[in-house]
Design a protein around this ligand. Structure first.
Ligand code: PEP
Length: 253
C-alpha cells in the first residue's frame, strides 16, 4: 500500500531559532494524529537539519531541499547526500521548479542527484510539472512525460520504487492559483499510467504521487480525496504551524 505523505518545503525561510520554534509547534500539533501509512515531513534549509532530525522523533521526518550530485570533493559551498543522511534526514527534494528555473538544473543532472540520494538511503521527492505556457498550449502531458523519461525512468525498477513523485504545476506554486482537483487528478492518473507502462502495474500502484501548488487547509481535503493523489508538497502553508498541522490532519477527517 502506498504511503500518504504531507511534506513541507520551507524554502529559504526561517533563521535557526525561528525554525526550531515552528518545528516544535508542528510536532506538538500532530503528535499522535497520524495513522497507518501516513507520513509528515519537513524539508528545511541545511542549517536546521541536524537539530530538527533530533526533535522530530517518529512524528515528523526531515528532508533537505537539494543535494549535490557527487559524493564528496572540491565543490565549495555544496552539501552531499551522504552529509544530509548523516544528520538523520530521510528525504530530499530533487528537481523543484525553482532549482530547474534559477539554477538551470537539467533532467540529466536531476537523474544524477536522484541516484546519489538513493545510494545514501535518502528518499527523493522528485518534482515535475508544467509552466503556465505549457498548460495553455496543451503540451503539458508531453512536458511531464519528458521530465519523467529523462529524469527518473532511467532508474531500475527497484530504485524507482523508492522514489516519491510530486506533481507541481509551476503556475500554481506560490501564486494562490491551485490546480482544481479534476486538473490535478487528470495529471496524476496520467503519471501513474506512464509508470505502469515503464515499470508495470504493481510499481505504479505503490508509487506515492504528491500534489504541490498553493495547497492549503481549505483545498487539501478535496485534492487528497482524488484516487491518484497521495498527499501534498506544501510551500507557503508549511510556514504556519496551524495550517500545516491541519493539512496533515486532512487524512484523518
Ligand atoms: C512548493 O514550493 O513546493 C510549493 C508547492 O509552494 P506553495 O505551496 O507555496 O505553492
Amino acid at each position: 500500500m502506498r504511503k500518504k505523505i504531507v511534506a513541507g518545503n520551507w524554502k529559504m525561510n526561517l533563521d535557526y531559532a525561528e525554525g526550531v520554534s515552528l518545528f516544535s509547534e508542528i510536532v506538538n500539533m500532530i503528535r499522535d494524529e497520524q495513522k497507518g501509512t501516513q507520513v509528515a515531513v519537513i524539508c528545511a534549509p541545511y542549517i536546521h537539519l541536524n537539530s530538527l532530525a533530533k526533535l522530530g522523533g517518529t512524528t515528523v521526518k526531515i528532508g533537505a531541499q537539494n543535494c549535490h550530485q557527487n559524493e564528496s570533493g572540491a565543490f565549495t559551498g555544496e552539501i552531499s547526500a551522504k552529509m544530509i543522511q548523516s544528520v538523520g534526514c530521510e528525504y530530499v527534494i530533487i528537481g523543484h521548479s525553482e532549482r530547474r528555473q534559477y539554477f538551470a538544473e537539467s533532467d540529466a543532472l536531476l537523474l544524477e542527484k536522484t541516484n546519489i540520494a538513493l545510494k545514501n538511503n535518502l528518499t527523493p521527492i522528485f518534482c515535475i510539472g508544467e509552466t503556465l505556457d505549457e498548460r495553455n498550449n496543451g503540451s503539458y502531458f508531453d512536458v511531464i512525460k519528458s521530465q519523467l523519461t529523462h529524469g527518473v525512468f532511467a532508474l531500475s525498477a527497484a530504485d524507482f520504487a523508492k522514489v516519491v513523485l510530486a506533481y507541481e504545476p509551476v503556475w500554481a506554486i506560490g501564486t494562490g492559483l491551485t490546480a482544481s482537483s479534476a486538473q490535478a487528478q487528470e495529471v496524476h492518473a496520467f503519471i501513474r499510467n506512464e509508470i505502469a507502462v515503464q515499470y508495470g502495474a504493481e510499481v505504479a500502484e505503490n508509487t506515492s504521487i504528491l500534489y504541490g501548488g498553493s495547497c492549503n487547509p481549505k483545498n487539501a481535503a478535496e485534492l487528497f480525496a482524488q484516487n491518484d493523489i497521495d498527499g501534498g508538497l506544501i510551500g507557503g502553508a508549511s510556514l504556519k504551524s496551524r495550517d500545516f498541522a491541519d493539512i496533515v490532519k486532512t487524512f484523518n477527517s
